[in-house]
Design a protein around this ligand. Structure first.
Ligand SMILES: [Zn+2]
Ligand SMILES: [Zn+2]
Length: 176
């Protein structure tokens, strides 16, 4: 009966190798899924966004954007600032957003607060490179209106301060 013993151990080894590969496979799939779930969609052009900004200094790097929203009424058009009939350019000062297809409109503040700010950043405090999202709403941070988010590693607050346009009397637009 001893001569079947090597046969059984070989079988057990094979089974273990099998299990090991199965495990590798699962971790590989999970890893890819996680990357797929976590990666933020990057805009193809700033035309897809109602807000897009790039900031960089010696210590930190930030790219932040807010996609235009699909119309909640017809679900076909895109909500954006109404356009000037003559020039076709968006009216920056408009206090509403309008659907490009059905004309449904939302008040500026309520509309903007329903949107999400996407952020890719290098943390100025700890150097962590990460991605996050936060409601598209400005808060006052150290006295300056800013979009504020938290570093995923050191949990310190990072602010994207509102850019004040230097051009004469021109109001700050969201498309920077
Ligand atoms: Zn619509
Ligand atoms: Zn950090």
């Amino acid at each position: 009966m001893w001569n079947v013993f090597p046969f059984i151990t070989t079988l057990i080894h094979l089974k273990l190798i099998n299990l090991y590969y199965w495990f590798l496979n699962i971790t590989f799939i999970r890893h890819n899924l996680l990357i797929y779930i976590m990666a933020l969609k990057f805009p193809n052009s700033t035309g897809e966004c109602i807000y897009f900004t790039r900031r960089a200094d010696d210590k930190s790097k930030i790219i932040a954007w807010v996609f235009k929203k699909v119309c909640p009424k017809c679900e076909k058009g895109i909500m954006e600032k109404p356009r000037d009939e003559k020039t076709g350019k968006p009216k920056i000062r408009a206090t509403e957003y309008v659907c490009s297809k059905c004309g449904y409109s939302e008040e500026k503040k309520a509309h903007e607060e329903s949107l999400t700010l996407n952020v890719q950043y290098t943390c100025p405090h700890c150097g962590h490179e990460g991605e996050t999202t936060t409601p598209y709403k400005r808060k006052t941070f150290e006295g300056i209106p800013s979009h504020v988010f938290e570093c995923g590693k050191c949990h310190k607050k990072i602010a994207i301060t509102k850019k004040m346009k230097e051009k004469k009397g021109e109001p700050d637009t969201d498309e920077e």
